[in-house]
Ligand binder design. Structure first.
Ligand SMILES: NC(=O)C1=CN([C@@H]2O[C@H](COP(=O)(O)OP(=O)(O)OC[C@H]3O[C@@H](n4cnc5c(N)ncnc54)[C@H](OP(=O)(O)O)[C@@H]3O)[C@@H](O)[C@H]2O)C=CC1
Ligand SMILES: CC(=O)N[C@@H](CCC(=O)OP(=O)(O)O)C(=O)O
Length: 345
């Protein structure tokens, strides 16, 4: 198979490392550039010994200098950088004709004013928002394939949007009744040292945070509203739990349609999707079954006493919630089979 030269910016962070894990095993990829300011000039395997001896991994970190990245011949670049700065790096690459898959939140929102409301700063490149595609292949397959700039979704949003969209499209839920409670592993907070997430602080702790307006509400409500054809607002409570990887979401809503219609809508939407595993009615999702995979598992229950639907979903925040989903978009951009490089368990 011909290989596609590919750059990973922010390769020393958790999503960058996860990208490398997937890309070195991907038959159509040659990793041509990896960036990190702290590790520039060092061999990848000295900073990250897990890659020692891995085919294709004999490469050095470079500084995030976009001319140097372009000079490696990269055709596609993954941006695994903090939000608010991805635009600075994306624009010179886009101008040189590279395709960019941005894992940050910078291009996920259609409306620059909503970005400013939730991210507390003016959008750095609003002219690119209409050209960016929300990188959820199950919803935007054709648009992703044709785009130069993919905005890969957030980790919580992936676990919430995928179960709900078919049900909202079919009008089966009371859109005023949506409540979501999510649990995240600590890697969701990134690899930068910070006191509230050191082991001894999180290891005996269960806590909600980000209340009542976590920034992921912006993209969740954007996509749910598009599916419902009306403005949808939800109550969303994220929690930090003492595991390294994984997100579990419990979604409740009052039913407008029947429970049988819920099952039919989910099956119609996802029966041919390789990465959405429908566990079925009466089965609850468990992160233990999806760790280091690109699957999102979805189960659903009918609370007959209240006529509410209870959906559960589980994913690995670093894989389907970030880097795996980004590789799914990469496969679409390069007209590769959807599962290429993503079916390793
Ligand atoms: N962690 C997760 O579960 C998920 C994360 N995301 C998003 O993906 C992106 C990356 O997240 P994550 O991997 O967790 O973050 P990390 O903090 O683990 O890694 C950030 C990376 O960016 C580099 N970096 C930081 N600041 C700069 C800068 N100013 N210029 C250039 N490079 C910089 C860092 O290397 P160095 O400092 O050495 O340059 C490092 O390689 C974020 O936007 C995040 O929101 C999305 C979904 C899930
Ligand atoms: C556990 C934890 O802290 N999770 C992060 C979300 C993960 C993330 O990186 O989200 P973006 O891609 O939208 O930035 C948080 O709540 O801020």
């Amino acid at each position: 198979m011909e290989t596609i030269k590919t750059a990973v910016l922010g390769a020393s962070g958790y999503t960058g490392i996860e990208l490398l894990r997937l890309l070195f095993a991907h038959p159509a990829v040659e990793v041509s550039a990896i960036t990190s300011r702290a590790n520039a000039g060092q061999a990848l395997s000295s900073g990250l010994p897990r890659f020692k001896g891995v085919e294709g991994a004999d490469i050095e970190f470079i500084m995030p200098d976009m001319e140097a990245v372009v000079a490696t011949g990269a055709q596609t670049a993954f941006l695994a950088l903090p939000h608010g700065m991805a635009a600075d790096y994306a624009l010179p690459l886009l101008e040189k004709g590279l395709r960019v898959i941005d894992l940050s939140a910078d291009f996920r929102l259609n409306d620059a004013a909503v970005y400013e409301e939730f991210y507390g700063q003016a959008h750095p490149a609003p002219e690119w928002l209409p050209k960016a595609v929300y990188g959820m292949p199950e919803l935007y397959r054709d648009e992703i394939a044709a785009s130069q700039l993919i905005a890969s979704p957030g980790c919580y949003p992936t676990s919430i949007i995928l179960p709900l969209v078919p049900l909202l499209r079919a009008g089966l839920l009371d859109t005023k009744s949506l409540v979501v409670s999510s649990l995240s592993g600590v890697s969701g907070a990134g690899r930068t040292a910070s006191l509230p997430i050191i082991f001894s602080e999180v290891n005996e702790s269960l806590r909600a945070y980000g209340l009542p307006k976590h920034r992921h509400l912006s993209e969740i409500e954007q996509e749910l509203s598009l599916a419902a054809g009306e403005q949808v607002m939800i109550t969303f409570t994220p929690h930090l739990v003492p595991v390294t990887r994984g997100i579990h979401s419990t979604i409740t809503a009052s039913l407008k349609g029947s429970f049988e219609e819920v099952t039919a809508a989910l099956e119609a939407a996802y029966q041919d999707e390789p990465f959405v595993r429908l566990l079925g009615a009466g089965v609850a999702a468990d992160t233990a079954n999806v760790t280091r995979t690109n699957f999102v598992d979805v189960g659903w229950h009918h609370d007959q006493r209240t006529n509410r639907l209870v959906l559960t979903s589980a994913e690995d925040n670093l894989t389907k919630g970030a880097s795996g989903q980004a590789v799914q978009s990469f496969n679409l951009l390069h007209d590769l089979p959807a599962t290429t490089g993503l079916m390793n368990l």
